[in-house]
Design a protein around this ligand. Structure first.
Ligand SMILES: [Zn+2]
Length: 125
């Protein structure tokens, strides 16, 4: 069961976040471009700043991708639905990871299975 008004609200929130991320990325990139001239004596601090900004850009970019993936799945109508068990994904989880396609239970299961490496025939009960 999908709650359409909830999804509409989520979409609104994601669009806002998307706009905000694009804005932040734009100003960070401008900052990076403006700081090309590095004075030798303050080089270390400058480099540190630039590395920090580059790391921040990477974080924001991956978040932006998550948000855009989520927006696409809203369009497709499968946002917030676990692709493994078909149950709704926990709202708290979607807030942290908007592009989540698995519920917490399935995610744990999948991670547990992949950690084990080679598939084994193991009866657990
Ligand atoms: Zn699931």
């Amino acid at each position: 069961m999908t709650d359409q008004s909830h999804v509409a609200k989520e979409k609104e929130r994601l669009l806002q976040e998307q706009a905000q991320l694009i804005d932040e990325l734009k100003s960070l990139r401008e900052l990076m471009q403006a700081e090309v001239d590095i004075e030798p004596d303050e080089g270390d601090a400058e480099i540190f700043e630039r590395e920090k900004n580059a790391a921040l850009i990477a974080v924001l970019e991956s978040r932006l991708q998550d948000v855009q993936t989520a927006l696409r799945s809203i369009e497709k109508g499968n946002y917030g639905i676990c692709s493994r068990c078909g149950k709704p994904i926990e709202p708290g989880r979607l807030e942290v990871k908007p592009d989540a396609t698995l519920c917490v239970k399935c995610q744990e299961e999948v991670e547990r299975l992949s950690r084990r490496g080679r598939p084994q025939r193991q009866i657990q009960w």
